[in-house]
Design a protein around this ligand. Structure first.
Ligand code: ADP
Ligand code: ZN
Length: 433
């Protein structure tokens, strides 16, 4: 199978190591020569131009963090003369100050090639019609999905997020085959398609979901309402070109990532040492040919684990698990560390419940309180809400070790989003309620 790929390289572990070793050394020399902040940090760590490091030596290199991006604002980590920059993008700023990243033309080309691999891995052909429902403009999302689609050779239908009427019309008129969006946006669209009885008139077969974690439950509901056969989780971040740094393959057993374009380390966020193979830790990335804003051991704050072994899909590039959360999402509630993903996993156990939930934190009676609001599935009988809420509360106590109030709500009662859904509302600073 690998030989039939146009964009995805077929590389052995040794070949990947060789590419990573030369890419690492290129990046160090490039960042040292082009960026004063990198030069200072690398010198302090004992690096000198002309040195050749092995892959194992990476652990002696300094980290790059979001603070470095903030300090270098508005063009952090810039390592090329400004005349070589052809574009900037910025993150949606889910946490803290907007991160602005610069691109050279070669960076854009790398990105589009990397993204074309994603469409290839998802099994698209040049006949596919790809409706893009993510943000355009400053964000990397729309730009990435579009340049990747064009480079791959399929037809892009660039609508952007929101605009439900236009989306529905084009799904029908263009007979779009592939939807690219957040799972939240897809759910919103799916519910609209159901309301208007459009399922029989549209031709969607595949979807690519990125930018936020989503549960299997959410995915199943979207599939069911839109008549989608298969969907794929796509990962990426503004700092590392944008979306498209890896994709779930047709074996649906983790995400293949482009190890010939960046080195992925999984580190314990406290000790900053590698976790045991297969354990969850923070993704730390080093780019191998990124020009304008190279990354050296950049702490992404995203959590995942490496998946060992060969994938049954035949692609030899390595895999990591889906993104299990980001360290910024962690809630500390009465001394317990909780990720929204753990709550989603409990909800997954109850067939009466839908995928949508919201965690509300507040203060009452001098104590922190947690209210979990969760939607029931349309066919579930509301008469049993009380029993259901007690059962979910009990399961949360057992599995996540928190005591929470659970409110079961009707389908569609929680707010929907065109982009990333906000799962946690923290009013604890607002005083007693
Ligand atoms: P931000 O959200 O910080 O403003 P970006 O818009 O660049 O920045 O989004 C990148 C972040 O989105 C990633 O670091 C990760 O936390 C999250 N993300 C992206 N894709 C996925 C995915 N498929 N699953 C879970 N989280 C994702
Ligand atoms: Zn695979």
């Amino acid at each position: 199978m690998p030989t039939s790929h146009r964009f995805i390289p077929d590389l052995s572990a040794d070949e990947i190591s060789a590419i990573q070793t030369s890419g690492l050394n290129w990046t160090l020399a490039h960042a040292f020569a082009g960026n004063p902040a990198y030069r200072q940090k690398l010198s302090a760590a004992g690096y000198e131009p002309g040195m050749t490091l092995s892959l194992e030596d990476i652990t002696s290199l300094p980290f790059t963090t979001t603070d470095d991006l903030r300090e270098g604002y508005p063009l952090p980590l810039l390592s090329v003369p400004q005349e070589d920059v052809v574009r900037v993008h910025a993150s949606s700023g889910t946490t803290g100050k907007r991160k602005v990243l610069a691109y050279t033309q070669a960076d854009i080309d790398t990105w589009k090639h990397m993204f074309a691999r994603c469409y290839e891995l998802a099994g698209l052909s040049v006949l596919d019609r790809v409706q893009i429902a993510v943000g355009y403009g400053l964000w990397t999302a729309g730009a990435g999905f579009q340049i990747g689609c064009e480079h791959f050779g399929a037809m892009a239908v660039p609508v952007g997020p929101g605009n439900m009427e236009i989306h529905l019309q084009l799904l029908e008129d263009m007979q779009t085959t592939t939807l690219c969006s957040t799972a939240s946006m897809a759910l919103l669209m799916a519910e609209e398609v159901q309301k208007r009885h459009l399922k029989g008139k549209i031709a969607l077969k595949k979807a690519i979901f990125g930018a936020e974690p989503h549960s299997d439950k959410m995915r199943r509901r979207i599939h069911e309402l839109l008549g989608i056969e298969e969907s794929f989780d796509i990962v990426g971040m503004t700092e590392l070109y944008g979306p498209g740094t890896g994709l779930e393959c047709c074996a649906h057993a983790g995400i293949h990532y482009w190890a010939d374009l960046y080195i992925l380390e999984i580190l314990d966020p406290q000790t900053l040492r590698p976790v045991a193979p297969g354990e969850v830790g923070e993704m730390v990335v080093t780019t191998l040919r990124k020009e304008a804003a190279p990354l050296i051991r950049y702490r992404t704050r995203d959590l995942t684990r490496l998946l060992p072994g060969e994938c049954s899909c035949g692609v030899r590039l390595p895999r990591h698990d889906k993104i299990l959360g980001r360290s910024d999402d962690m809630i500390i509630f009465r001394g317990v560390n909780i990720y929204p993903g753990q709550v989603a996993a409990v909800i997954e156990l109850f067939k009466e419940l839908g995928s949508e939930f919201r965690i509300h934190l507040f203060r009452k009676g001098g104590k922190d309180q947690m209210l979990l609001q969760v939607e029931r599935r349309p066919e579930a009988d509301p008469t049993y809400d009380q029993n259901l809420s007690e059962a979910v509360s009990e399961e949360l106590r057992k599995q996540v070790m928190v005591r929470a109030w659970v409110e079961v709500m009707g389908q569609g009662e929680l707010p929907r989003s065109f982009g990333k859904t906000k799962r946690v509302v923290d009013d604890r600073e607002a005083g007693e309620q």
